[in-house]
Design a protein around this ligand. Structure first.
Ligand SMILES: C[S@@+](CC[C@H](N)C(=O)[O-])C[C@H]1O[C@@H](n2cnc3c(N)ncnc32)[C@H](O)[C@@H]1O
Length: 281
């Protein structure tokens, strides 16, 4: 479906200085969750030194239980409580497995870490990991683009949505920006292989000028939505669409309910996905 003309239609992403952060970016929940282990660790160390003879699994339970309680007390998002509850027991399990006859080759841990690092290390700071839009989300985006319209995927991941939109709408002028180098490379190669000359940049979404796009698409996480909404209000042109997969801004700005909500969950999907669509005024 790619037409040679589509190669001429892309104009470069316009960059500007980063927009100022909202306050939620000043705190690091990962660090807070880590610090939540310290009181339990001190307590377990004291118990162990006292010679009370408490078995290791109980000590682990003291640390992980108190870390989860502190995550709750400090009002960290729900998933951090589960992470704190399971982190140390899983670490203990991994160490235990290493002592057996069928110990896992440590290179696998290194490989898993490296893979995670090149695809998602930035998530420690941005709080946006890599997960992928469903084909249905891309179909909805393609359907809403005006003729020869311009669309940007903020945090374009592995380029799946852009490649699919290009197949359906070769007239579209597509752009993506991605902070993780491996994701960016895969995205770039994928779009190139599909014949689309989309503008796929390695960089920070906060530095993109959104004023030139008919559709701005974001599938991120709750963390950046307040700041992104401010940016969209400031920069997007009237009549353009701001489309967020799953994460709302109306939790942040009461009164900014989406103009349209499209359910895109299929039967059997674990997560509840929906597109929230705002028409900018
Ligand atoms: C949930 S994934 C979505 C990927 C793709 N848009 C999709 O829908 O399949 C979010 C992506 O945004 C990227 N990301 C997070 N913060 C970013 C930032 N500040 N600038 C650019 N990319 C970012 C992450 O590396 C990740 O690949």
């Amino acid at each position: 479906m790619s037409s040679p003309d589509s190669r001429l239609l892309t104009s470069p992403i316009e960059l500007r200085g980063p927009s100022p952060p909202r306050s939620e970016h000043s705190s690091s929940p990962a660090l807070t969750a880590l610090v939540a282990h310290l009181p339990g660790l001190a307590c377990a160390a004291a118990l162990s030194a006292s010679g009370a003879g408490i078995a290791l699994p109980w000590l682990i339970l003291i640390v992980s239980g108190s870390a989860a309680l502190l995550a709750w007390h400090w009002r960290l998002p729900l998933w951090w409580r589960y992470i704190n509850l399971s982190f140390l027991p899983l670490l203990g399990l991994a160490v235990y497995l290493q002592s057996g006859a069928d110990a896992i080759n440590p290179d696998w841990y290194l490989a898993a870490f490296m893979l995670l690092a090149v695809t998602s290390i930035g998530a420690i700071k941005t709080r946006v990991p890599l997960y992928l839009s469903s084909p249905r989300a891309a179909d909805e985006l393609a359907r809403r683009l005006p003729a020869s319209g311009r669309l940007i995927d903020l945090g374009c991941g592995l380029g799946g949505p852009l490649a699919r939109i290009h197949r359906q709408r070769p007239d579209a002028r597509l752009a993506g920006i991605e902070a993780a180098p491996l994701n960016w490379l895969i995205s770039k190669l994928r779009l190139h292989a599909s014949g689309a000359r989309a503008d796929i940049r390695l960089g920070n979404l906060w530095e993109v000028n959104l004023s030139q796009y008919d559709i701005v698409y974001a599938y991120l996480s709750p963390a950046p939505m307040a700041r992104l909404w401010d940016k969209a209000l400031l920069e997007m042109k009237p009549g353009s669409l701001f489309i967020s997969n799953t994460f709302s801004v109306s939790d942040i700005d009461a009164g900014f309910d989406a103009d349209e909500i499209v359910e895109i969950t299929k039967p059997g999907d674990l997560a509840h996905a929906r597109l929230l669509i705002w028409r900018m005024r």
